[in-house]
Design a protein around this ligand. Sequence first.
Ligand SMILES: [Fe+2]
Length: 107
Amino acid sequence: MLEVSSQESDHFQLLLQRLGKDGVNYGDIPVHSALVDNVKRSMDHLDKRIAVISIIQEGKGVDAGERLMIKLQSFQDKQGGIILKKILDEEVDHIRVGYKWFKKICE
Ligand SMILES: [Fe+2]
C-alpha cells in the first residue's frame, strides 16, 4: 500500500509539473469532486472504502485513460502522453492491490 501511495504522489507531481508548463497551477481548473465525495461516503467501513475508491474509482480512471490519450495525441502533447501512460500502467496495479485487500478483508 505504501508503494501505491508513493506512486499517487508521483502522479500528482508529474501532472502538476506538466500543467505548470502551460501556466496552469493546482486549483486553476474546475474538476469533478467524485473522489472526495466517495471518500466521504465510504468513511464508515474499510471494505466499502477499498471497493469504492481502490477498485471502482481507480477503474473508472483507467477506463477514461484511452479517451484522454487520444485527446493528448490530437494536441501532439508527447510529454503528456508519456506521463499518462506511466499513470495508467501504475493505476492498473493499484486496482490489483485494492482487489487483493478487498478479498482479504471480506474473508
Ligand atoms: Fe491509483
